[in-house]
Design a protein around this ligand. Structure first.
Ligand code: AMP
Ligand code: ZN
Length: 472
């Protein structure tokens, strides 16, 4: 069957539905990206990791995915934060954009195809606001800002399941974030006021700046078209952000905006959402500075089903590290095996784990069930290995299967390469590390050159040293 039998829980319909893409074999997906007013925390990264798994699973099933992740570099929060520091907004957001890319790289999150910045898409936003004004879905308030009239859009509330019938006519909200109970006409274009300082654009619809929600409508439709397949984000974004995106986009185009809405649950700390305003957050850099391996963090956050909350604890992180170690030890054992052939036993196990893994992932990305299949398999193959079974060739076949799964999980890639390092190269790398610690740069450079002649390239990154084997 082409592209498997994927089912997703669609927030829009509140049902698990078979995934059918608009264009066969291709998927267009939009994922709300970071608001770069500060360093992102690992709760945000849970959302990006979930979206990474969505993308990787679609790719596993043979889809060609076009993913867009926006960067919110102008909104209430970025303006407030840069103002508090007294620096231009661009200067303020730039360093957090850089840090965001470092974080996603450290977590082995596949790159999206586009990372549009809001500040670089003002004309598209203005065009959308103009269309809403022309069609009578938006109106100008006495403050000169433009508001979306939710009573004009009959489907308003369909995503977050709210009734808007008894709202006070004309009640308005100008801030980007508000509660369901405050649902009312929301701002799409904010006329400049003194709190915005030097953050404004002079446009056909006046001097001002876009509302947060219109940013995502304009950028998603620009890159993916007026109707596209998948839109993701954390559950906190469902209302008002995604509800408003639907209203603005569908009102403007008269077409369905998105077919499948997927929302990840939160990462919690002691039962509360990890959030900046609650001061209960960790950044990836905090954890890495404490010595935690980003792959264990990745494993911890992607191993639970995305629809389940995860409570972050250091015990949980330690358990994730140990579990991951079991997987990497398993691969290492397979690389070394030279036992007697296990024949059909291996074939059956391989077939069984592949079936189980794929069925679980097809079933709304049930990673925890997929991993349960994988660990049963690890146990069974380890038993064979203990009995001196599993030939070199069979070991290689299983490694290939593990690599295939790891294209989705993204947690054990480096290990196989590491195994291929000779003892001599490992010793050299360790000696070079010692030299660097002692600030003996000359020796460190000499060792780097020596490794280079052996075909091993060393890179010193913020996360520590990385190496790769250079193939001719
Ligand atoms: P923001 O930068 O606040 O716009 O958030 C970026 C992404 O992180 C959005 O998809 C949010 O829904 C998501 N998010 C924020 N906090 C958490 C959390 N504690 N757990 C999971 N996802 C989160
Ligand atoms: Zn968004």
């Amino acid at each position: 069957m082409q592209n498997g039998n994927i089912h997703f829980f669609n927030t829009l319909t509140h049902q698990k539905e078979k995934f059918v893409s608009i264009e066969p074999g291709k998927v267009k997906m939009y994922t709300c990206g970071p608001t770069v007013y500060d360093y992102i925390h690992i709760g945000n990264l849970r959302a990006f990791l979930f979206e990474d798994i969505v993308r990787r699973w679609l790719e596993y099933r043979g889809f060609q995915v076009t993913q867009v992740m926006n960067v919110t570099d102008v909104d209430d929060r970025t303006i407030k934060a840069s103002k508090a520091l007294g620096i231009p907004i661009k200067q303020h957001t730039e360093c957090f954009i850089k840090a965001f890319f470092e974080d996603i790289e450290a977590l082995n999150i596949e790159k999206a195809d586009y990372y549009p910045k809001a500040t670089e898409h003002i004309p598209e936003m203005v065009a959308l606001v103009k269309k809403l004004l022309e069609k009578g879905y938006a109106y100008r308030g006495e403050d000169n800002s433009v508001y979306f009239a939710i009573s004009k859009f009959k489907d308003y509330g369909k995503l977050a399941r709210i009734q808007v019938g008894d709202l006070k006519a004309g009640a308005r909200v100008k801030v980007d974030e508000y509660a369901k109970e405050e649902a009312s006409d929301f701002v799409v274009w904010k006329a400049w006021d003194k709190d915005d300082g030097d953050v404004f654009w002079v446009t056909e619809i006046g001097k001002g700046r876009p509302g947060w929600h219109i940013e995502c409508s304009a950028m998603s439709m620009k890159y993916l078209g007026e109707t596209f397949d998948i839109h993701c984000g954390g559950v906190d974004n469902m209302f008002p952000h995604h509800e408003n995106e639907i209203a603005q986009s569908e009102a403007a185009t008269g077409k369905k905006f998105v077919n499948y809405w997927l929302h990840n649950e939160h990462l919690l700390v002691e039962g509360k959402k990890m959030a900046k305003r609650l001061h209960n957050y960790y950044t990836l850099k905090d954890l890495m500075a404490k010595g935690y391996d980003p792959m264990a963090i990745r494993y911890l956050m992607m191993s639970a089903h995305y629809g389940q909350q995860i409570n972050f604890t250091f015990e949980g992180l330690e358990a994730a590290r140990k579990t991951l170690e079991r997987l990497t030890n398993f691969v290492n054992r397979l690389l070394e095996t030279n036992g007697k052939p296990a024949g059909d036993k291996i074939n059956q196990l391989n077939e069984g784990v592949q079936k189980g893994f794929e069925a679980a992932m097809d079933d709304d990305l049930n990673v925890s069930v997929a991993l349960a299949h994988l660990f049963d398999f690890v146990r069974d193959v380890n038993n064979l290995l203990d009995n001196g079974e599993v030939s070199k060739e069979e070991g290689k076949g299983i490694c290939d299967l593990m690599s295939k799964f790891d294209k989705v999980l993204g947690v054990i890639g480096q290990v196989k390469e590491k195994e291929k390092l000779s003892k001599e190269a490992e010793e050299l790398i360790n000696r070079r590390e010692d030299a660097r610690k002692n600030k003996d740069w000359k020796t460190a450079d000499q060792i780097r050159d020596q490794l280079k002649t052996m075909g091993i390239v060393i890179e010193d990154t913020a996360q520590g040293i990385r190496w790769r084997i250079e193939k001719d």
